[in-house]
Design a protein around this ligand. Structure first.
Ligand SMILES: Cc1cc2nc3c(=O)[nH]c(=O)nc-3n(C[C@H](O)[C@H](O)[C@H](O)COP(=O)(O)OP(=O)(O)OC[C@H]3O[C@@H](n4cnc5c(N)ncnc54)[C@H](O)[C@@H]3O)c2cc1C
Length: 380
């Protein structure tokens, strides 16, 4: 057992960390305030190879392993939770679907520009009536000659209004339950009938547009089907399992940012003629915050390591995401408490971390669903 990062992991961590400190952190408050997609930052990240970290160079990726990617995403999220979601939805979800389930032509045509960051990816699974209950989806894709005709809508789609490539899940056989779901590549610019209904006004996760999409008799060529008809549900589950490792990474990145700021503030703020960090009550809060972050990191590293070794990691990914997301919210909450009244204002980033952290407990499997997964696994 080796707890040290490999040379490659250390290198990616240092490189992304430097980029985040220089380019992301100074922009984070503005991204939060304007809620605008930071296209220039994303383009720069594409040039640095940060939009396709875990995919082979032959498809425009950076050729890193998944573990290094998670480490990179943790750093990005330390700078901006919204940017963390942009990259996670683009890479862990859309990119992964193309890499794992696309054929050679689909990889060349759609994955390469996604990895290079010239195309933005999105993953459209959830619907108004189908969040945790994925098979309840109502969007259909009906075969008509050499095309599919898609009707329906999707909700909560990260990057959905800015995406060039949307991975869409729809029912090709509405009577077959989860075995009737298929996955497709959709190109909003090319496919008539693709409509962006609007974007959500959210608590946090600003900068990453969360879109509602509608498909009105949208015709897509049959060669946009990923794999075979009926495989979409399995594609989605496999992809979300890997994605959960990176939501754990996003959680840890946000928690680290909250902890760093709290440590700094505790050393600077004086009450009763001494830094508040000298009070045992504050020192213990910081100790608990760091202990939780370190424990979450171990879970995340274990799940990422198992995935890299091609071993089963479903329970471990669920545990990493469950624990990291919950401690991320707790750590951010204590960060506000340590800042006192100032923590409740926008003068400090403490409140942003709290708003950004909350989302981790909801998307890519709510905490309740993850507990179901872990419990089912234990009782197998
Ligand atoms: C900002 C944001 C970004 C998102 N990005 C994407 C994206 O890019 N792509 C995408 O497809 N989706 C995305 N989602 C959707 C997200 O995955 C869903 O919101 C999530 O799966 C929960 O679904 P729901 O909101 O319909 O809640 P519901 O499924 O209606 O759940 C409501 C409550 O009931 C609980 N519950 C439901 N079923 C069970 C059960 N069986 N056992 C115990 N408790 C249960 C839940 O845990 C939750 O507490 C995003 C959501 C948000 C908020």
């Amino acid at each position: 057992m080796d707890f040290a990062l490999t040379a490659e992991q250390k290198q990616i961590k240092d490189m992304v960390s430097e980029f985040v400190d220089e380019e992301v952190k100074p922009r984070a408050a503005e991204i939060d305030e304007t809620d605008e997609f930071p296209a220039d930052l994303v383009a720069e990240m594409g040039e640095l190879g940060l939009m396709g970290m875990p995919f082979p160079e032959e498809y425009g990726g950076a050729g890193l392993d998944y573990h290094s990617y998670a480490i990179g995403l943790e750093e990005i999220s330390r700078g901006s939770g919204g940017l963390g979601t942009i990259v996670a939805a683009h890479t862990s979800l859309a990119g992964n679907m193309l890499y794992e389930f696309g054929n050679e032509e689909q990889k060349q045509e759609y994955l390469t520009p996604v990895n290079e960051g010239t195309d933005i990816g999105a993953f459209a699974l959830s619907e108004p009536g189908a969040g945790s209950d994925v098979p309840a989806m109502e969007t259909t894709a009906k075969k008509d000659g050499d095309e599919y005709v898609v009707n329906g809508g999707k909700l909560w789609i990260s990057n959905g209004s800015v995406a060039d490539t949307v991975i869409l899940f729809a029912k090709t056989d509405p009577d077959a339950g989860n075995k009737g779901i298929s996955s497709f590549v959709v190109r909003p610019e090319e496919d008539d009938g693709f409509v962006v209904e609007g974007t959500e006004h959210k608590l946090g996760d600003k900068g990453c547009p969360t879109a509602e999409l509608r498909f009105d008799d949208m015709r897509i060529p049959e060669d946009r089907l990923l794999g075979d008809e009926g495989e979409g549900f399995v594609h989605a589950l496999k992809t979300l399992n890997g994605g959960r490792i990176t939501i754990a990474a996003r959680s840890i990145g946000i928690a680290r940012a909250a902890l760093d700021d709290a440590v700094k503030y505790a050393g600077e703020r004086e009450q009763f003629d001494q830094p508040i960090g000298d009070f045992q009550a504050i020192k213990h809060k910081l100790a608990d915050m760091d202990t939780k972050v370190q424990a979450a990191k171990l879970l995340m590293h274990k799940a990422a390591d198992l995935k890299m070794r091609d071993e089963t990691f479903i329970k471990e990914a669920a545990q990493a995401k469950l624990y990291a997301s919950e401690i991320s919210r707790e750590v951010a909450n204590e960060g506000i408490q340590i800042h006192g009244g100032y923590g409740y204002t926008k003068d400090f980033a403490a409140e942003r971390y709290y708003r950004d952290a909350k989302l981790n407990e909801i998307y890519e499997g709510t905490s309740e669903i993850l507990r179901n997964t872990i419990g089912d696994w234990l009782q197998k």
